[in-house]
Design a protein around this ligand. Structure first.
Ligand code: HAM
Length: 408
């Protein structure tokens, strides 16, 4: 028996019901917010991520599934979607603005645990070509509403601004000075980061105590970045979306400037517990070869973690199970099942021929049906017998009234 690889999952029923709810909410919400649909390659040139996400990030240093293809090119299974979205936007001419939604598997070679998988799933929203803080607000709202829509409890939103690249030159120097003075108290990983990625030390769990009074980017914002952040906050305030400004929030990918954010839920506690995150990434397009800066902002939500935080789905999976009382009624039942399905009801029946009524009721139960409709002799008078499985309540009713009886 060959087993699945470490850190990968078979997402099957009954657990997969929540996934379906989540992916539907994603489709529905992104459409309502005006985000168009995108499907991108799962495999990209390694350089897209080493230059886009950043050479000195955990993802690029330690977590990528990178290999040489048969043509000798270095390729990588995407660890995230944003770099690919910007590449695709550039490939398509990068005119004006584009709002994109995408979903699919991502790959990171991590030590697997609860909510940390090697193959995991994201739903992703990107607002490309727009610098207004209202684009940031819209992306944050969309991420927030997705969690609300699927019933995730106790949503907490953390936001911060890490400023513009120019603001960070001076800030980086100040932070490096602070970290060098504390070098003795830092973990080996943090010491290594002082030169190549000092910002990351701010949100390192192991170094929290040593850097508790470190200078933060928020106190070193330039005028434009500060005004932008004020705009983001004002927009969230106007929508009544509660947030907490967390000055230590910096994120693990190098492409961000200005706004960064993460979302949490009381329904999911783990070592790494963000259900989603994102921010503004104006520098990314140039990092992967664009001749001009393309302002953009986006969010990615971790499906594996969201599903852990979601409440149990509704108990019934079918509105009605159609049982056939006698073999002569089989084609009537077949056509009726087809009609009910085309009307939008969730309907199933037993395709095994000649099963007893008792056997068909068992199938209905196993299938999670709310009710059983028996197609028997009363069919000739335009009627069926309906039984609600939860209560045992039974009634003979006209075929055309079945829909309203079920929704009662
Ligand atoms: P990220 O914070 O690396 O951001 O990932 C977003 C979310 O994906 C995380 O909050 C988490 O829920 C989930 N996630 C990440 N790694 C794993 C894993 N190994 N197992 C399970 N879930 C995981 C990004 O990926 C950026 N591309 C977000 C973004 C979009 N920024 C701008 N646009």
């Amino acid at each position: 028996m060959i087993s699945r690889l470490k850190g990968t999952d078979d997402i099957l029923p009954p657990g997969s019901a929540k996934w379906r709810t989540l992916l539907r909410a994603f489709e529905d919400l992104s459409e309502r917010f005006g985000y168009e649909f995108a499907l991108l390659p799962v495999i990209e040139a390694t350089e897209l991520f080493s230059r886009g996400v950043g050479e000195a990030t955990e993802i690029v240093e330690k977590q990528m599934f990178t290999f040489e293809d048969r043509g000798g090119r270095s390729v990588t299974l995407r660890p995230e979607l944003t770099a690919g979205m910007v590449r695709a936007f550039l490939d398509a001419g990068a005119q004006g603005t584009l709002k994109l939604a995408a979903a699919g598997p991502m790959f990171r070679y991590e030590q697997p645990q609860k909510g940390r998988r090697r193959q995991f799933y994201q739903v992703d929203f990107e607002y490309l070509g727009e610098e207004s803080p209202d684009a940031d607000v819209e992306i944050i709202e969309l991420a927030y509403r997705l969690l609300e829509e699927v019933g995730v409890p106790g949503i907490r939103l953390a936001i911060n601004s890490i400023g513009d690249a120019a603001d960070r030159v001076e800030y980086r120097r100040i932070l490096q000075e602070f970290l060098r003075a504390r070098e003795g108290e830092l973990s080996p990983d943090a010491r290594r980061r002082i030169d190549d990625n000092p910002l990351r030390v701010l949100d390192s769990k192991t170094d929290a105590e040593a850097v508790v009074d470190a200078p933060v980017p928020l106190d070193h914002l330039g005028g434009e970045a500060r005004a932008h952040f004020d705009g983001v906050r004002a927009g969230l305030d106007a929508l009544g979306i509660a947030y907490e400004v967390v000055p230590r929030l910096v994120r693990g990918l190098d492409y961000y400037n200005r706004t960064v954010f993460e979302l949490f839920s009381s329904g999911f506690e783990a070592a790494q517990s963000a259900l989603g995150g994102g921010g503004r990434y104006d520098p990314l397009a140039e990092a992967i070869g664009s001749s001009r800066e393309i302002p953009a902002v986006g969010a990615a939500m971790g499906c594996d973690r969201i599903v852990e935080a979601m409440p149990a789905p509704r108990a019934d999976r079918l509105d009605v199970f159609v049982a056939v009382a006698s073999p002569e009624r089989r084609n009537d039942a077949r056509r009726w099942v087809s009609t009910l399905r085309s009307e939008g009801l969730r309907v199933d029946w037993d395709v095994t021929p000649d099963r007893s009524i008792r056997g068909q009721f068992k199938s209905a139960d196993r299938a999670g049906a709310a009710a059983v409709a028996v197609v028997g002799d009363e069919w000739g008078e335009g009627q069926v017998t309906l039984r609600r499985l939860a209560t045992g309540e039974e009634e003979r009713i006209a075929i055309e009234e079945v829909g309203s009886w079920l929704s009662r």
